[in-house]
Design a protein around this ligand. Sequence first.
Ligand code: GLN
Length: 486
Amino acid sequence: MNYRELSIDELHELLVSKKVTPLDLAKEAIALAKADTNNAFEYIMEKEALEAAEALGEPEANNPLWGIPFVIKDNFSTKGVPTTGSSNILKGYVPVFDATVVEKLKAAKAIAIGKTTLDELAMGGSGITGHLGRTYNPWDRSHSRIVGGSSCGSAAATSDGFVPFALGSDTGDSTRKPASHAGLIGFKPTWSRISRFGLFPFAPSLDTVGIFSRNVKDCAYVLNALAGRDEKDSTSSTKPVEDYAKDIEKENKNYKIAVIKEIEDSISNNVVKDAFKKSVEDLKKAGYQVDYVHVSNELLLTLFPTYFVISCAEATSNNANMDGIKFGPLSEGKTFEEVMLNARTKGFGELIKRRFVIGSFALMKENQNELFVRAQKNRRRIVDAINDILREYNFIYLPAAPGIAPKFDDASDKLSDEYLIADNHLCIANFAGLPSLTLPIGFEDGMPFGANITGRAFEDKDVLKISYEIEKLTGLKNLVAKGGQK
Ligand code: GLN
C-alpha cells in the first residue's frame, strides 16, 4: 500500500474492510514523521497516537474520519501535549485542555500524530521565523524553497504524504498561501463557523481555523467534523451547519464567478497567469458565467498596510498575557516590569517584536485616529467593495499567489506594487469573514501553484462545490511531493 498518496475515502475503505487498521496507519504516519527532513514537527505524539489507535474498536462505516491520521499546528492547545506556538516564550507550556477542534477530531476518532511548526505565534508568511528555524518545501528536495507560512509544518506534512489532512490557522492567508506553494487544498471557512476555543489568538477579528487536505472532498469531511456552535467560544455562530460533503459532486451551472482584473494584471509571471486564464476558459466551457470585474488599484494598494495595522494592533493586545508570569518562563527581575521585560526580550523573536512595536504605536492614544481607526475605516471600504461584487456573483476567483514558492533568499517582503497586491489579496477574505479556498492549478519547474476561490459568508458549501468542479477540470488532486521517504 502506498499510504502517502491515498485520500480519506480510499483510506476509509481500507479501514472499514479491515485491510488495514488504525494502528497500521498511525505507525506508518509516525515513521514518516520521524524521518521528516522538512522541519515540520514541534512534537511527535507517538505514545498518544498509538494508544488512541489501539483503543478504537470496530470500524465505523459512516464516519469517514475514523482512524485517519492528522497533524495539528502548534498554536492549538492540546491537553497534556507541549504547545509552543513555535515561540521560546512558551517553551515547556503544557495545556490542561484541548482546543475544541482537537476535541472534535478526537471525538470523530481521527488520530493526532503530532504538533507542527509555524511562524512564531502565527505571525509571518515564510515558515522561517519559528524558534526551530526554517521549514522546507517538500516539493524541492534541495531545501532551497519556503513552503510558506505561517502554517508551514502542517503544509509540509500534508504535502509530503505523512497525513491526508491537517489543522492550520488563517489570519491573513496562513493556510491558503502555503497551500498554493505545496500543491494542497487550503481552506479558511466563514469567520465564526468553526470554534476558535483553544487556538492562540493572533488577531481575533480576522482569525479562523484552517484546513489542509489533498482533495476538496476530504476538506468537506473535515469541515463536517469541525463546524458548529461552541458554548466555549462566544464568537462561534449559532447558524445551523450543513453536510458539506453531501452532493458535493452535483453541479450547479447557475453559479456566477467574478475575476478581479486588477489583481490578475498585477501578476508578472506568465506561467501562473496563463494557467489561471486557462482555468477561467475551462470554467466557461463547462457552462459557468465568468466575468472580469474591477476594483481600483488605489484601494488594492491599501490591503497590506490595512492588514498590517489591524493585525499588529490586535496581536499586541492579545499577546500581552505572555509576560513571564501568566504565561512563559519566569525571568529575573525585582519588579513586575523587569520580569516582563526580561521574559519578552528573551522569549520573542525579532520579527514579532517589530510587530508589537508597530501594534503599540498604532494603538497609542495620540496615534489611534491616524492609524488604527483609519485602518478600520479602510477595512470597511474594502469589505464594501467586495460585497458589492458578491451581491451579483457567487464567487471571486483569482490566482492565489504571484508565483511558485520563493527561494529562501528571495522571500523578502519587498514593497513593490506586485507584492502589495498579488501577494496580499488573500487577506480580503479575512477582512470580510468570507469562506475562501486555495487549490492547485499548475506547475512551474516542478513546483505547484494554486488559485483561490472566495464566496459569500456562510456559503461554505458552495465554495466547496465550485472547488470540486475546478478540481475536476484541472485533474490536480491527491498531489504528493515527489522524492519523499517512500
Ligand atoms: N502572512 C500573514 C502575516 O504575516 C498572515 C499570517 C496568518 O494568516 N496567520 O501576518
